[in-house]
Design a protein around this ligand. Structure first.
Ligand SMILES: *Cc1c(COP(=O)(O)O)cnc(C)c1O
Length: 391
């Protein structure tokens, strides 16, 4: 049996007629950039996330970049981010000649460890970017408390977490000052290319985001700010308008798949329960923390990725790949070990102990297939293979 990490064709099949119609309609309209479909998407996303404003942009990376530009990040400013995330979270900070300041992760969620944020705040710190990694919310209450105390802006990187609700039922992306989402095809809500969106409840930030999206001009050809081309294509918005009503259903299926994985790992005595952080005879596979609990608890999780931790990660990976089971390492190199950030290490006097968890995560975690259309047989096959590996 072959189990791909992701099978986009399986999803396409289920809504092909609607998607094809949307594509043809866009072709017939010959309206390609921004316009009515993008406005409709912005309205739909606002309704879905219960936020006031949304601005469609060219990618998740550009969503983060335009958000930092909107809050006025200047060269030399410091922006606090998790050490362990997709590169864009750090890259956008450096592109504005500001400085990303790395914080270790939490061992259970792999999200930013909020207890380590405050000692890294200096007079130059302007913002925090919590990442809702793998589809699970960062600890927003605590992060907002710190941000308010030190007068910092909060830009949420929700690229992997559209539809995640935090404790009180608020959607991630509507909690901080600006929320950033990616519609890259492999995200839970993906388009047919690159795309993204920023969300905010702040009227002034909304105006600025809209102006920055079109080179900082308002009216056209009159530039108050220097923006960029951060526009979203109509064709991507048309695809997303078809897909959005299915998102909750897809997320539920991902959660069910995750629950089945957990049950099978436990039944096969590879794990004792979710959320364990130490290896033992009864815990060879460390599972992400509980999933099927109340929607309003912090561990509501939409599983953009299903991540397990295994001591023998690299040889397990070879084994799975050999048996045609899709897998991926997110992310093999944390920011503090990236060549492009070497000059920051001495500047911020990081010590060897500072990134224990992100080092562990990058060397011991592996992502297994979790996409909504995965069958029970496929999941059983994956777990069976991992059991064989340990035998
Ligand atoms: C995918 C991703 C991004 C970037 O999104 P793109 O649309 O690929 O530019 C940013 N942050 C995180 C955490 C992501 O997973």
């Amino acid at each position: 049996m072959k189990v791909p990490l992701l099978d986009l064709k399986a999803q396409y099949k289920t809504i092909k007629a609607d998607l094809d119609e949307a594509l043809i309609k866009t072709a017939e309209s010959q309206y390609f950039i921004l316009g009515p479909e993008v406005e409709k998407l912005e309205k739909n996303i606002c309704e879905y996330l219960k936020c006031k404003h949304a601005v469609g942009v060219s990618s998740g990376t550009d969503a983060l970049l335009i958000a930092l530009m909107a809050i006025g990040i200047q060269p030399g400013d410091e922006v606090i981010i998790p050490d362990y995330s997709f590169f864009a979270t750090a890259g956008v900070v450096s592109r504005l000649n500001a400085k990303p300041v790395f914080i270790d992760s939490d061992i259970q969620t792999y999200n930013i460890d909020f207890t380590k944020i405050e000692k890294r705040i200096t007079p130059k710190t302007k913002a925090i970017i919590p990442v809702h990694l793998y589809g699970q919310s960062a600890e927003m209450d605590k992060i907002l408390e710190i941000a308010n105390k030190h007068n910092l802006k909060v830009i949420e990187d929700g690229a992997q977490a559209i539809g995640v609700q935090y404790k009180d039922g608020n959607f991630v992306g509507s909690i901080g000052d600006i929320g950033c989402f990616s519609f890259f095809p492999s995200k839970n809500l993906g388009c047919f290319g690159d795309g993204g969106i920023v969300t905010t409840n702040d009227d002034l930030l909304y105006e600025k985001l809209k102006i920055l999206r079109v080179h900082g001009s308002k009216p056209k050809y009159y530039h108050k700010f220097i923006g960029g081309n951060f526009r979203l294509d109509a064709i991507q918005a048309a695809v997303l308008n078809v897909k959005l009503p299915h998102l909750d259903n897809w997320s539920e299926k991902r959660r069910k798949n995750a629950q089945l994985y957990m049950n099978l790992f436990i039944e096969n005595k590879l794990s004792s329960k979710p959320g364990v952080i130490k290896y033992s005879e009864t815990d060879k596979v460390l599972l992400p923390i509980a999933v099927y609990s109340d929607k309003n608890l912090r561990n509501y999780h939409i599983f953009n990725q299903f991540i397990i931790r295994v001591k023998e990660r690299d040889i397990l990976r070879e084994y799975l790949t050999k048996n045609e089971i899709g897998n991926e390492i997110y992310y093999p190199v944390p920011f503090h070990k990236q060549e492009c950030f070497m000059d920051l290490l001495s500047e911020f006097n990081y010590n060897n102990e500072e990134f224990k968890v992100s080092d562990l995560a990058s060397s011991e975690t592996i992502a297994l297939p979790i996409y909504p259309e995965l069958t029970e047989e496929q999941i059983e096959y994956v777990v069976c293979n991992i059991k064989d590996f340990f035998n």
